[in-house]
Design a protein around this ligand. Structure first.
Ligand code: BMA
Length: 311
């Protein structure tokens, strides 16, 4: 793709790469997908889809080139025969923003869940099989009122690590760690909203972090108020490889903010939001993002340029 010198991030010219029309049945929106690249080079995506009755689904789509994705005939089946899942979770309207992380050869799907206590959103965790057909419920893994849980792709210092965004503070980015992916502790703030000049309302994790020799490269989101609207943009930060609660660099400006018609107009206007970035062998970072909470898009950047922007 041609690189525009003015911007670090280039939109795929044929965006959006998926819309509700690409799915069977009554699906009207598709956005905020988790994506992984498999060992054989294929890409697998779990999309967040909604139908006209506001039913919410996690739906797998496959691709050989990471650009043209084919949705499967049916959404993922939820583990409704698991009593713990049925106690705490709804079977519809519950699941959003799936983020897929491969750790030690297993695939985990962290997501935000509207839970049956009727009050708040919590982080939930599934494991999914190699075929991306069967979800296994591992449990709720956060306190109430927490979103944007993103697992790191490897253990660090003997622990699993994640970033998240508790809502009961100032909407900052936090890190915590776990011996088993279920019990989480040692919460530490990574970055305060007040330190991000392009986001005066909220900040939160975005894509699953990518290991580079300069640190963990993390695409994040930030929200600013513009008149009566909340504008969601993307930024990038670098975290310490040995201690991912330690910020070592951040790009001072947003790297992608809503500008195109498909980002400005939709069911949530002026939103770009990511759950996934893939680093290709040639240094291209592919950033998959939802636009206006309506369609799914792709943008690319060069990994070294992103790192340099953080320093
Ligand atoms: C966030 C999440 C995302 C959504 C964004 C913009 O809080 O819920 O799913 O894309 O808001 O509406």
């Amino acid at each position: 793709m041609l690189r525009d010198k003015k911007h670090l991030v280039q939109r795929y010219p044929d965006n959006p790469i998926l819309t509700g029309d690409d799915f069977p049945g009554d699906i009207v929106t598709v956005f905020n997908a988790g994506v992984v690249k498999r060992d054989d080079g294929r890409y697998t995506m779990i999309c967040r889809c909604e139908d006209s009755g506001l039913g919410r689904y996690m739906w797998v789509a496959d691709s050989v080139d990471g650009i043209r994705f084919t949705p499967r005939p049916q959404p993922l089946k939820l583990p409704v025969d698991d009593p713990d899942f049925m106690t705490y979770c709804h079977t519809t309207k519950s699941y959003w923003d799936p983020r897929i992380t491969r750790i030690d050869g297993r695939y985990y799907v962290a997501h935000a869940a509207d839970v049956t206590n009727g009050l708040t959103c919590q982080l939930g965790l599934f494991e999914i099989d190699e075929a991306f057909e069967k979800l296994t419920w591992l449990g709720l893994i956060s306190e109430p009122d927490n979103r944007n849980g993103v697992l790191f792709p490897e253990k660090i210092g003997g622990f699993y690590h994640r970033l998240d965004r508790p809502n009961d503070n100032a909407f900052d980015i936090w890190a915590c760690q776990s011996p088993d992916l279920i019990h989480w502790g040692r919460p530490r703030r990574v970055l305060a909203r007040s330190e991000v000049f392009w986001a005066d309302q909220k900040i939160g994790p975005g894509a699953v972090p990518i290991r580079t020799d300069k640190g963990w490269l993390c695409i994040m989101h930030g929200v600013r108020r513009q008149c009566t609207d909340q504008v969601y943009s993307l930024g990038v930060m670098l975290l310490d490889l040995e201690d991912p609660a330690k910020l070592i660099g951040i790009c001072p400006g947003a790297i992608l903010f809503p500008q195109m018609t498909y980002e400005l107009i939709g069911q949530s206007p002026s939103v770009v939001f990511t759950n996934a970035a893939i680093l290709e062998p040639d240094g291209e970072m592919r950033i998959y993002y939802g636009a206006a909470d309506t369609v799914l898009c792709l943008a690319t950047a060069n990994v070294d340029e992103l790192i340099a922007a953080c320093q």
